[in-house]
Design a protein around this ligand. Structure first.
Ligand code: GRF
Length: 197
């Protein structure tokens, strides 16, 4: 078995999709064991409600301190794979390097477009609409010290509709996120197991 930690800051719908996939035995040998939040949030309550161990790293929002606290949590719990699911803090390069190939994120655009610093939440969807794009979507990628810049593991596409608002587009993309993220994690769990043999 491989142990999964989910990192959250917000609503937690992707985390729930991952937990649901686990219950349905769709995550292969990957078992969610920990939810870490960098602020009090709905996702943390949802994780606790589900029965997952939760940790709140509140008050440590500056890069290095947060990274050190996170590092301790992940090693104490012998985590194998880390999934950022709406996590908003920057994790410093020291930790992303330690987790090369084992830390992943989901982003609500077709990276490399509309990623990077400041590109999160509605800013992403507004930028897509302002640019008159015909398509958007979501991307699961490895986390590196370049924000949203790590190797792409999978994408889902969504058509941008004529009357879309940032909100309506975000909602349609989120449905795809919930399909894509568990699938990529399940694949990664197999890859990592094979790799470590
Ligand atoms: C998602 O759109 C995800 O792509 C982005 O943050 C949002 C998190 O939503 N990184 P939720 O907290 O999983 O509902």
């Amino acid at each position: 078995m491989l142990r999964l930690a989910v990192l959250v800051s917000g609503n937690g719908s992707n985390m729930l999709a991952i937990l649901d996939a686990y219950k349905k035995e769709l995550l292969n040998n990957l078992v969610p064991v920990l939810c870490v939040a960098d602020r009090p949030c709905k996702a943390l309550e949802r994780a606790a409600g589900w029965g997952l161990e939760t940790v709140l790293l509140e008050g440590k929002h500056n890069g290095e301190k947060l990274t050190d606290a996170l590092d301790r949590q992940l090693s104490e719990r012998r985590i194998d794979i880390v999934a950022l699911a709406g996590w908003l803090s920057i994790i410093s390069g020291k930790l992303t390097r330690k987790w090369t190939g084992r830390m992943v994120n989901i982003h609500p655009s077709l990276l490399p477009e509309y990623g990077g610093k400041g590109m999160y939440g509605e800013y992403v969807h507004k930028a897509v609409l302002d640019a008159g794009k015909k398509q958007s979507g979501c991307t699961v990628h490895f986390v590196t010290d370049s924000i949203d810049g790590g190797k792409i593991l999978g994408q889902s596409r969504v058509k941008v509709l004529k009357n879309d608002t940032a909100e309506s587009l975000a909602a349609r993309i989120l449905i795809e996120e919930h399909r894509l993220y568990p699938k990529i994690l399940a694949d990664l769990a197999v890859d990592i197991r094979v790799h470590h043999r």
